[in-house]
Ligand binder design. Structure first.
Ligand SMILES: [Zn+2]
Length: 60
């Protein structure tokens, strides 16, 4: 189980993205960011993903 706190990505938001894999985290997190934070697909750059990758925690 992997988690990523939206707050740590720089948003004032209590949402926690969970997934079994990094890919799942990025997929769900991308949907959340575009739907709830008005981010566009093109805002999710390789640099941003690289930053997020470092914030993913593995639990369990
Ligand atoms: Zn959020």
């Amino acid at each position: 189980m992997k988690t990523l706190a939206c707050r740590e990505a720089g948003f004032d938001c209590g949402y926690i993205v969970t997934g079994e894999t990094e890919e799942e985290i990025f997929q769900k997190g991308g949907e959340h960011a575009t739907k709830d934070h008005g981010m566009k697909e093109e805002d999710i750059t390789p640099e941003f993903k690289e930053k997020l990758r470092g914030l993913i925690r593995t639990a369990g």
